[in-house]
Structure formats: C-alpha cells, structure tokens
Design a protein around this ligand. Structure first.
Ligand code: PMP
Length: 330
C-alpha cells in the first residue's frame, strides 16, 4: 500500500515545472518550484512544521500548548494544519481588513481567530500586535512562533528547499530567484545553494517597488506577502547578489499569464518573482538554469488579481476591456 501517516508528511518535496510560454525566446532553462502543491497550499507549510518541531524539542511548546501568532495568511494555514495534527490549539490574531474567507479557512482547520480593529495605532492596546502579546502572556502554555525573527524559518529552507533544488537540478542550477517577505526563503535557500556550489549560484531577490529591500521607504503596493517597511531578523543581508524591484502592474500581468498560458493558477507574489526571473534570464546563456520559487496558489486572489473590475479600479486594465463597470456585481 502506498500512503503517508498524516498530511504533515506531505510538506516539501515540491516539483519543478518548466516555464514555456512566458519564457519564450529566452536562452536558459527557466524552472518554477511549485509551492502551492504543499498540503496547506503554500511554501509556509515548511516553516510552520520546522518552527513547531523545534519548539517541541526546546520545550517552548508542550502537551496542551497553544500557538499564538499575528497572521491571517499562509503561515496561519501551515501552523493550523501542523498544530491540529500534533494536538495543539491555535489562536490567530488578524486585523479586521482581512477577508472573511481567509478567516474561515483558519477556522475550518480548527483554529480560533481574534479580529482587531485596523484603524488604531500599533501602540494602542487593541492593535493586533498588542493583542497577540497579551494573549501569549495570558494563555497558559502559549507559544508565539514569530516567523520574522525565528531562525527556524530560514533553517527550513536551508535544510529543505535548498537541498531539494540542488538534487532536482543535479547541481546545474545557476540562478535562484524568490520574492522577499520575512526573508526566510531567500536567505535559507540562497545560503545553502551558495555553500554547496562554492559561490557559483547567483541569488536574486524580487521585491515590490516601494519596499525597503529594493531601497524604498515602505510606500504602499498591492502585491501581498512580500516586501517590508522594516528589516526582519529572518533576512540575511549577505546572501542576495541582486534585488530586482517589480511594479504591481508587471507582477499582476505575469500572474495572469501564468494561469492563462502555463496552467499555473498562482498568487500575485509569484508573478512578481517570475517577472524578476525573466529579467535575470534575459542576461543568461543557454547553459544556465534559472529557478524561480512560486510561494502560493491563486485561489486566495480571485477577488483581486483575477478580478477584471478590481484590476481596472487600480488602473491595471482599461475599464472598457472588462465589459463591466466598477461596482457591478457579476
Ligand atoms: N509570497 C507570499 C504569498 C507569502 O505569503 C510570503 C511570505 N510572507 C512570501 C512570498 C515571501 O516569503 P518569505 O517570507 O520566506 O520571504
């Protein structure tokens, strides 16, 4: 019989898929590491599993313990899934701007969701930062993974994603491109690939225009999950050879092309990473192998990136090309 003991055993070992249409005319082989095939639907399952296992070993998380994290996105899903299988409770704290659908995903896995007002300053007692700290202090056996500062976040990529890519490409990878959020993916994977290749693999971070990694001041952008307005501890500044800034418009155009032309329904940060990877590939030769990591799937973006009216509202599509006006219920 062929089966795994639990869904947790399916984390990692995601496939590489060649990008054909979007990379047409470019000399190198361009491969995508498809992370939505993790059981929770994103790359964050990797860090969730490793952070929880490390906390169990250190004793920070014990039987009957509760995981408390301010997150509403992919990290929450990964933690909820791992926690449930290992018998821990989960409380996620999120601002009220987070969609009801996202909250319901976390609840579906059995997590509790505490919603805080967005319209208060970070130092306000009801801000989501303060509420999560208070819950950690008040709940007996509570543990906060803190993905921005937890060394197990980059470590999950150093021990997982990096070795997988080296094995899958038989050591022929020449460039690794990934979006930078907490910095865990690029720092851990990049560091492993540099070490194993003795510095031959080039590591390129993709960043939304406006974010600190590409020299911005934290100005707003619409791509989700990447870019920051501060420098997290999980980001190792010595790993990236280059940071490529990508506009929202380019990110979303490529995200939609990945669905339409490659059959990959993925999130907006994937289009951003691919836009950066194609710029890298333009400067490469036929023996190069460019790998770009796609962090999550596109189902969470059906009412934004994949909605014509939303795209038109922000000026990424001409209003008349959508066949409807903003506000129409379709
Ligand atoms: N894309 C998405 C959709 C994400 O949720 C994240 C994680 N914040 C990233 C990219 C960036 O990954 P990392 O945090 O490892 O830098």
């Amino acid at each position: 019989m062929e089966y795994v003991e639990s869904v947790v055993d399916l984390v990692g070992n995601t496939p590489l898929v060649r990008l054909n249409a979007v990379a047409e005319g470019l000399k190198p082989l361009v491969l995508a590491k498809v992370e939505y095939l993790n059981p929770g639907g994103s790359v964050k399952d990797r860090i969730a599993l490793r952070m929880v296992e490390a906390a169990e070993r250190s004793g920070a998380l014990g039987p009957g313990g509760t995981i408390v994290e301010p997150t509403s996105g992919n990290t929450g899903v990964g933690l909820a899934l791992v926690a449930q299988q290992k018998g821990y409770k989960c409380v996620f704290v999120c601002p009220d701007k987070v969609s009801v659908d996202k909250r319901n995903v976390l609840k579906a896995y059995g997590a509790e969701v505490v919603v805080c007002p967005t319209a208060v300053a970070p130092e306000h007692p009801d801000s989501y930062y303060n509420v999560s700290d208070r819950l950690v202090a008040e709940i007996p056996g509570a543990w906060k993974p803190n993905q921005y500062a937890n060394p197990e976040n980059p470590a999950s990529h150093y021990h997982g994603t990096g070795p997988e890519l080296w094995r899958q490409t038989e050591g022929r990878i020449t460039h690794f491109v990934a979006g930078v959020g907490t910095g865990g993916t690029i720092s851990g994977t990049g560091r492993y690939l540099k070490e194993v290749s003795e510095g031959r693999v080039k590591v390129v971070g993709a960043d939304p225009e406006g974010s600190v990694y590409s020299g911005g001041s934290g100005r707003p952008y619409l791509v989700e999950g990447v870019g920051e307005d501060f420098w997290p501890d999980a980001y190792d500044r010595t790993v990236c050879d280059e940071i490529v800034a990508v506009s929202d418009a380019d990110s979303f155009e490529l995200t939609r092309r990945l669905a339409r032309e490659e059959g990959l329904l993925v999130g907006g940060s994937c289009g951003m990473a691919v836009a950066a990877a194609l710029r890298v590939a333009e400067k490469c030769g036929p023996d190069d192998v460019v790998v770009v990591l796609l962090p999550d799937g596109g189902r969470g973006y059906l009412s934004s990136v994949f909605n014509d009216q939303w795209m038109a509202q922000y000026g990424f599509m001409a209003p008349d090309s959508t066949g409807a006006t903003v506000g129409d219920v379709l």
